[in-house]
Design a protein around this ligand. Structure first.
Ligand SMILES: Nc1ncnc2c1ncn2[C@@H]1O[C@H](COP(=O)(O)OP(=O)(O)OP(=O)(O)O)[C@@H](O)[C@H]1O
Length: 360
C-alpha cells in the first residue's frame, strides 16, 4: 500500500483487568464475556482483534466507547480512567472515539451530507464550521460528488466511506471498526483498508478493529490480539504472531490463511511437473522464513548451490512481506549425492527452518 506522511500519534487505550458479564435469562450466573483482560493499544497504531465467534471481540471493542460498561477493571484513555464516566464527560469521551460498523448504520431518509453532518448538529457545532468539516471529510473519503445521494443509491463501499466520514467528523483520536469490511467484496475491502491506513497515517488516529478476515489483519494492522473465551491469549506485532503463532486458537485461526503446512505445500506442488526426467537423487526441501531475516528469492538458488555444491531448482515460493518482514516458504529441488541430513545442515544457514518435502 502507498505510504503517506506520518502525523503525530494520538489516543492511547489501556484495558486493565477488564471483566464483563452479561445477565443470562433464567440462569443464576451471567455470561462472562471478558475475563480479566489487560491490553494496551499504543497511540497511532492499528490493533486488530481476532477470535472465534462468541470469544468477546465485540464486547471488548464496545467497552472503549462505553456502549458496554465493564463489570470491573479500568479503561484508561490517554491515562484517564473512563470506565465509570457519565453525563457530559461521557459525551466528551464519545466525541474522542469514532466507530464504524459492518452494516454501515446510515440513516436511509438522510442524504450523504446530512448523515455525516448529524453528529455535529447534535453537538451544537455552528453551521459554517460544520459545513466546512463535512465538505473536508467527504473529500477525504472521495465522495464529495455524491453529497446529495441517499444511502440506497450507493454501493456498499461508498456507504462505508460515508460511515468513515461520519465517524471522523468530530476529529476523534480513536477509531473503532466493527467488522467494517465483512460485507464488502475483496476489491472494495482493499480500497476501504487503504483509506483506513491513510487516516491512521495522516491523522495519527489510533485504530482498533475486529475482523474474522486474517487478510485484513495482515494488510493493515501493526499489532494483533487473539481473544478466546473472554481472555487475551496471544498478543504482539502481526508479523511475529503470524509467523510463529503459539496458542492453539491462533494456530487454528491462521491455519487456512497461512497455507504453508506440509500437506498444503504438497498439494500446491502437485501440478508442478519437474523439468526433464526426475533424478533419483533429487530432494525437495522446504525452506521456511519467519520474518526475522531478509529474503532475496532470486539470489536463493545461487546461495543454495554454493552452500551445497549441487544443482538447485526453484519449485515454488510463497514469500509475503508482513510489515516489511518477509515470511512464508520456498520449495527447491536439489540434485547431487548429498544425504538428507547433510542438505538440511547446509541449507540451515539460509532459512529459518528447513525440512524435507519428499524425494522424487
Ligand atoms: N447483550 C448481551 N447479553 C447477553 N450475552 C451477551 C450479550 N452480548 C454478548 N453476549 C455474549 O457474550 C459473549 C461474547 O460475545 P461477543 O459478541 O463479544 O463475541 P464476538 O467475539 O464479538 O462474537 P462474534 O464474532 O460472533 O460477533 C458471547 O457468549 C455472547 O453470547
Amino acid at each position: 500500500m502507498t505510504s503517506s506522511p506520518l502525523a503525530p500519534a494520538r489516543g492511547s487505550v489501556r484495558f486493565e483487568n477488564i471483566t464483563k458479564s452479561y445477565a443470562a435469562k433464567g440462569a443464576a450466573t451471567g455470561v462472562l464475556a471478558l475475563d480479566d483482560v489487560s491490553l494496551d493499544l499504543p497511540p497511532g497504531k492499528i490493533t486488530g482483534v481476532i477470535g472465534r465467534s462468541g470469544a468477546g471481540k465485540s464486547t471488548l471493542l464496545r467497552t472503549v466507547n462505553l456502549l458496554e460498561r465493564p463489570s470491573s477493571g479500568r479503561i484508561l484513555l490517554d491515562g484517564q480512567d473512563i470506565a465509570a464516566v457519565t453525563g457530559n464527560q461521557l459525551r466528551e469521551v464519545r466525541r474522542r472515539i469514532g466507530m464504524i460498523f459492518q452494516h454501515f448504520s446510515l440513516m436511509s431518509s438522510k442524504t450523504v451530507w446530512e448523515n455525516v453532518r448529524l453528529p455535529l448538529r447534535m453537538a451544537g457545532v455552528p453551521d459554517a464550521e460544520a459545513d466546512q468539516r463535512v465538505a473536508e471529510l467527504l473529500e477525504l473519503v472521495g465522495l464529495d460528488h455524491r453529497a446529495d445521494a441517499y444511502p440506497a443509491q450507493l454501493s456498499g463501499g461508498q456507504k462505508q466511506r460515508v460511515g468513515i466520514a461520519r465517524a471522523l467528523v468530530q476529529d476523534p483520536e480513536i477509531l473503532l471498526c466493527d467488522e467494517a469490511t465483512s460485507a464488502l467484496d475483496p476489491e472494495t475491502t482493499r480500497s476501504i483498508l487503504e483509506l483506513l491506513q491513510r487516516i491512521n497515517r495522516e491523522r495519527g488516529v489510533t485504530i482498533l478493529l475486529i475482523t474474522h478476515e486474517m487478510g485484513v489483519i495482515q494488510e493493515i494492522c501493526d499489532l494483533v490480539a487473539v481473544i478466546d473465551g473472554g481472555k487475551v491469549v496471544e498478543h504482539g506485532p502481526v508479523w511475529q504472531v503470524f509467523s510463529s503463532p503459539e496458542h492453539p486458537t491462533t494456530l487454528s485461526l491462521l491455519e487456512s490463511f497461512r497455507r504453508s503446512s506440509l500437506p498444503e505445500i504438497t498439494r500446491a506442488l502437485s501440478g508442478v511437473a519437474p523439468a526433464g526426467a526426475p533424478d533419483k537423487r533429487e530432494t525437495q526441501l522446504v525452506l521456511r522464513f519467519d520474518g526475522t531475516r531478509p529474503v532475496d528469492v532470486s539470489a536463493l538458488v545461487n546461495q543454495l548451490q554454493d552452500q551445497t555444491g549441487t544443482p538447485v531448482r526453484m519449485l515454488a515460493s510463497s514469500i509475503t512481506p508482513v510489515q516489511g518482514h518477509p515470511q512464508g516458504y520456498v520449495v527447491v529441488s536439489l540434485g547431487g549425492g548429498l544425504g538428507h541430513d547433510s542438505l538440511i545442515e547446509r541449507a540451515r544457514s539460509i532459512a529459518s527452518e528447513v525440512e524435507i518435502l519428499q524425494t522424487v
